[in-house]
Design a protein around this ligand. Structure first.
Ligand code: SF4
Ligand code: SF4
Length: 89
């Protein structure tokens, strides 16, 4: 199995790193990653925080199949929530 790779405009091999998970414990629901993603991968969701009987907004990877592995979400996140990884075909 080989990692998914692409080519830059001048023909150099480029290995994208796809968004595979978001740490919901550190996510503050700020939405910066949502604005940075051009492919409609992410969606804000409200979850219950049981121990405090409160609700909290967190970002989720709603459409992982749309991800092109550009890494913009991870670069814009102030809490370093994203795991970005090479993915095998
Ligand atoms: S890696 Fe790029 S395409 Fe994938 S979720 Fe992040 S910003 Fe969107
Ligand atoms: S940028 Fe980071 S902290 Fe903000 S919503 Fe996205 S994953 Fe959560």
């Amino acid at each position: 199995m080989a990692s998914i790779t692409g080519l830059t405009r001048n023909g150099q091999v480029w290995t994208p790193k796809f968004a595979t998970s978001i740490d919901i414990d550190t996510c503050i629901g700020c939405g910066r990653c949502f604005k940075a993603c051009s492919k409609g991968v992410l969606e804000l969701t409200t979850i219950e925080v049981e121990e405090h009987y409160l609700e909290k907004d967190i970002m989720t990877i709603k459409h992982p199949g749309r991800c092109i592995g550009c890494g913009a979400c991870g670069r814009t996140c102030p809490k370093n929530c994203f795991t970005l990884e090479e993915v095998e075909l």
